[in-house]
Design a protein around this ligand. Sequence first.
Ligand code: NAD
Ligand code: DAU
Length: 354
Amino acid sequence: MILVTGSAGFIGANFVLDWLAQHDEAVVGLDKLTYAGNLESLASLKDDPRHIFVRGDIGDAELAGRLLEQYCPRAIINFAAESHVDRSIHGPEDFIQTNIVGTFHLLEAARAYWGNLTGEEKTGFRFLHVSTDEVYGSLAKGEPAFSETRRYEPNSPYSASKAASDHLVRAYHHTYGLPVLTTNCSNNYGPYHFPEKLIPLMIVNALAGKPLPVYGDGQQIRDWLYVRDHCAAIRCVLEKGRLGEVYNVGGWNEKANLDIVHTICTLLDELRPRQDGKSYRAQIALVTDRPGHDRRYAIDAHKIEHELGWKPAETFETGIRKTVQWYLDNQGWVNNVQSGSYRQWLEKNYAGRG
Ligand code: NAD
Ligand code: DAU
């Protein structure tokens, strides 16, 4: 079996659902269930004997050690993190605790467990760390996309904490020989995405008749990848990746934020037109920019394609249509994640933006 941390979050839940749709190999999920963790995303696995869920912190080395001894996984896939840049600007401490200290404790537990393995169990074990393109910083217009050898230049407390975790993972391979793999992926979108991030926030706000808050001039560029393509890339790296290597994962799909918002409005105009006959574009509002806002990210995904044969299956056009349709079809999930703490976050992040 495999141990998946952060399994109730956006990508972790998609990963577990996809994994069990394709394998009979069991999954132990470990998730602290912060505001971003939602067991409802895994509700379809409730009676599935291949899925065990444990609520807990990756920073609890004793718990992680116990789970490793009990379930003897052949791999750990580490998704658990604080993941929202804006939250890291308002309050960085949780990011330091989970992304750096938590990853350290998980690495320690993995090292102790792996150290006691023998034979094929030892040689086959993997620690796969899921990271982000944001560790590389911001690209100027026309600059080549981020390759794996690009210098780390993280600009937000979030990306700095992820960069630190990447360095720890690398060091555990170099110093102790822990069989690690790291993936650095661009922006994901798709089902079960918490509506604090750009794409789901825009869909949810549009349908609620609220403003669509675009930061600054809306010309910041992100490289969007459908979440199930990211999950496929992680499975591919897990099975075929070379030990100690880093693989950048991206969709070859650079788009400006305002273009993303326009696309969402156009799809909603078609699938769920406003009652007054106007376009959802009427709700777009340019608001005060994010401090330290990175201008452009783009991933050079040649290495994973040439070495491991992974390529995204979804185009942005097919993926974003599926995503908008998913939010229209899953209003119950959306309503349930909009708790009191979610509303407090919206107040904190958006009230002061003119
Ligand atoms: P998310 O915020 O939706 O989910 C994170 C999950 O981790 C939540 O379920 C949360 O409860 C859990 N968690 C938080 N702290 C924990 C702790 N201390 N112990 C155990 N569980 C804890 O994030 P996501 O978008 O699914 O991202 C998953 C991973 O992928 C993160 O490491 C992130 O840095 C990385 N990543 C995300 C993207 C993206 O576009 N979303 C892109 C590249 C990389
Ligand atoms: O690049 C990978 C990263 O992508 C991941 O590591 C992060 O975990 C993930 O959250 C994401 O970070 P971003 O900051 O790029 O994602 P977010 O959805 O928050 O914002 C995308 C862009 O949209 C960014 O340029 C900021 C802008 N934005 C965001 C929000 C929430 C707005 O214009 N308005 C908004 O309300």
